[in-house]
Design a binder for this molecule. Structure first.
Ligand SMILES: [Zn+2]
Ligand SMILES: [Zn+2]
Length: 304
């Protein structure tokens, strides 16, 4: 296959067209820049990017940095959470540090150990619980706290992630979670929750992978060692199989969801937020889940 822009050999496919490495990079960035413009995702300089150091988040940091530079908005700030996953997170955070040093980006790293008193590995040795549940709650909690002074928190979620989540929420008949999905997810417009945005919303995981290689971002391509336990694996396999036979299935799922989102939001009730009695962070109950997890660790009994 040849590049659709020049006579060089195509090294990857983006939105159904083949490109050489130079034109792949250009097509990818043009597409994401247009998406950000069209959806008005970034309009101030107070932008934080959640970076784990994997290919998705390092790529989104790279694209957002270029976008903000083009718009004269300065530099984003990078935020990383070190869960304490042996043989995995050290390498990815090392990669974030290198990237931020090279590009003059300020980086803040917080760890579960400092914030909660345990690493994820230690917690999982003590309690028989699903790693993604605990991790999801604690990561979200820390990122929300760290991003408080910013207008938006960028995440590297892509089209694969979103189409899987739509299907999972349908399978679980979880209207509340479904209505909260989107490139600007959530219903809660409290100043205690920094708005999240997903610039890679319509970009496939494979396309992000090629972009990270073409840009030589050095991001490790491996995934979290707990990933094989994720609830979404069978859903991912199903969607990938359909996409292989009928390219466009992922996009169809997400476009279908977007066409319903407005109505869905009207069908679910927003949580009434209050302050957690222990830590003061926003929660819909009396005590937030992160505090219940912390207390479980301290008391040695499962309270969440
Ligand atoms: Zn080319
Ligand atoms: Zn709390």
């Amino acid at each position: 296959m040849k590049c659709s822009k020049c006579s060089r050999k195509a090294i990857g496919v983006f939105q159904q067209k083949g490109y050489c490495s130079e034109h792949f990079k250009q097509a990818f960035e043009d597409f994401v820049f247009n998406f950000m413009d069209e959806k008005k995702l970034i309009s101030s300089s107070r932008v934080a990017v959640a970076v784990s150091g994997g290919k998705d988040s390092t790529s989104v940091l790279n694209v957002v940095m270029k976008y903000m530079d083009k718009k004269g908005l300065g530099k984003p700030k990078a935020l990383s959470v070190d869960e304490g996953i042996k043989g995995y997170r050290k390498e990815t955070i090392g990669n974030v540090r290198d990237f931020c040093d090279k590009n003059n980006i300020e980086l803040k790293v917080v760890s579960y150990r400092e914030e909660f008193g345990f690493s994820l590995d230690e917690f999982l040795e003590e309690f028989n619980t699903h790693p993604c549940t605990v991790c999801g709650i604690l990561r979200r909690y820390l990122l929300n706290k760290l991003a408080r002074d910013y207008d938006v928190l960028v995440t590297g979620h892509n089209l694969d992630d979103e189409s899987q989540s739509v299907l999972m929420n349908l399978v679980n008949a979880d209207l509340g979670l479904l209505a909260r999905q989107g490139f600007r997810p959530g219903l809660l417009y409290s100043d205690k929750f920094t708005k999240r945005i997903k610039p890679f919303y319509l970009v496939k995981e494979k396309e992000v992978m090629v972009y990270s290689l073409v840009c030589d971002l050095g991001a490790p391509l491996g995934s979290c060692p707990n990933a094989h336990l994720a609830f979404r694996n069978p859903v991912r396999d199903l969607i990938n199989e359909r996409e292989g036979k009928e390219p466009g299935v992922k996009r169809n799922i997400v476009e279908f969801f977007l066409s319903l989102k407005g109505d869905l939001v009207g069908m679910v009730e927003d949580d009434v937020l209050q302050e957690c009695g222990r830590c003061g962070e926003p929660t819909s109950g009396n005590v937030c889940k992160a505090c219940l997890i912390r207390e479980s660790w301290e008391k040695g009994e499962q309270l969440f």
